[in-house]
Design a protein around this ligand. Structure first.
Ligand SMILES: Cc1ncc(COP(=O)(O)O)c(C=O)c1O
Length: 411
């Protein structure tokens, strides 16, 4: 992508207005392919299902489609979106699958990973009503990631995650599916963790292999280890001790390629990357309007908002750069605060920056995951998303208008 400088940002501001996101399509393409290549060095049969929830900008998802990646969706909304974008092959996960979309997905040949017993009920009912249908399905298993000291790496430190079938009921559900002639072709082991550590994938893989062996799941075509990896870190981030795509691939392959069941069945390994391929694909640009000193605090007021760059409002300052009209030497410690009328709209806290003036720009990096898809219309119009196409910047998403907002209301 074209190198960013003040003059370029000024031009983009004149054309599209700030704030805006910038999407680096080629970075996304190479992230996905590098992740897959890490597996393919040792095992050819691997595919990715791109996690729509992480960021479903259609122009981005189309790149995944071009690269032969499947859509990984967890709701009716995401399912319909994947179809609209053109995905033929969809992995349908998620805890709640309404009957209508469940049936539609079955009829489209989606890979449905069942999460709970009500879904087993639904598919068995469907099988009874459609005795000639050749039904195939996947199942998600619940994985325990608690160590011998009682510490769990499951997201939020939860002792028990709620997704998938726990060990005590998996057997009877496998039996029920088999009894009505439904083939189990996918085993899903996604487990979101707080630390994204490689070791989690060793446990996940071992657990999945154990289930395959114990229940003789020899029709499994997709061995789906899920997502939740680290990767796609923004430039400048300290990567000491952070896992690479190769670390995850080698961990999973060390387990699978030495397993008798796996070597006999040779299923395709599925990864469901989200953050790990999209975080560094998006940057966000906002313009300074005012310096304002209140008491001891230097506030830098910008037209962007924290809701666009870290809607979860974690305490870490995001990687950032400034682009200024004039390069004076002055530095100050300041808080960069957003354009909403919320005191908590603080984008950078206690940060040392070169003194900014109205019209200067701040860039925030690594904002591709769980931002755009997690930001409702709040106070501001949704901002444009720009990308480069044939040497110029175009809008992958235009700025929202008042017509977009009122359009879904009836009264
Ligand atoms: C089933 C499933 N797959 C993939 C992902 C992607 O995770 P991440 O964006 O952390 O890589 C998630 C996220 O929660 C998920 O629930």
């Amino acid at each position: 992508m074209e190198p960013i400088n003040y003059a370029l940002l000024k031009g983009l501001d004149e054309q599209f207005g700030t704030p805006f996101y910038l999407m680096d399509a080629e970075k996304y393409r190479s992230n996905i392919n590098n992740f897959l290549a890490a597996f393919k060095k040792r095992y050819e049969k691997v595919v990715a299902g791109y996690s729509f929830k992480t960021n479903y900008v259609p122009a981005l998802c189309k790149i995944a489609l071009e690269e032969g990646v499947l859509a990984e969706v967890v709701s009716e909304m995401e399912y319909e979106l994947a179809h609209k974008i053109g995905f033929e092959k969809v992995i349908f996960n998620g805890p709640i699958k309404r009957p209508a979309i469940f049936e539609k997905a079955l009829e489209h040949g989606a890979i449905i990973n069942l999460d709970s017993e009500y879904e087993v009920e639904m598919i068995c009912e469907y099988a009874k009503k459609h005795p000639d249908a050749d039904l195939q399905v996947g199942i998600r298993i619940n994985i325990n990631l608690t160590d011998e000291h009682g510490n769990s790496t499951i997201q939020c430190g939860l002792r028990f995650g709620r997704f998938g079938f726990p060990s005590d009921i998996i057997g009877r559900n496998i039996d029920r599916l088999h009894e009505v002639g439904i083939k189990i072709i996918s085993l899903h082991g996604h487990t979101s963790t707080s630390d994204r550590a490689v070791l989690n994938y060793k446990i996940i893989t071992q657990h999945m292999l154990k289930v395959c062996e114990q229940y003789e799941l020899n029709e499994i075509e997709l061995f789906d280890i899920g997502g939740g990896y680290f990767g796609a870190a923004p430039e400048g981030m300290d990567l000491t001790g952070k896992p690479t795509y190769e670390d995850y691939a080698n961990c999973v392959l060390d387990e699978t390629l030495t397993n008798e069941w796996f070597n006999h069945v040779k299923p395709t390994i599925v990864i469901e990357p989200g953050s790990s391929v999209v975080s560094n694909v998006f940057s966000y640009y906002t313009k300074v309007y005012q310096n304002k000193k209140v008491g001891k605090v230097n506030f830098v007021m910008v037209d962007g908002t924290v809701f666009d760059v870290k809607p979860t409002m974690h305490a870490n300052n995001l990687p950032h750069k400034v682009y200024r009209a004039s390069e004076n030497q002055e530095q100050y410690v300041c808080d960069v605060v957003g354009s909403t009328c919320m005191e908590k709209d603080v984008i950078l806290k206690d940060i040392s920056l070169p003194k900014l003036e109205a019209g200067d720009f701040i860039q925030f990096d690594g904002v591709g995951a769980y931002t755009i898809c997690l930001t409702p219309t709040f106070i501001n119009f949704l901002e444009p998303i720009l990308m480069q196409k044939n040497g110029t910047f175009v809008e992958a998403r235009r700025r929202q208008t008042v017509e977009d907002i009122v359009g879904i209301y009836n009264f």
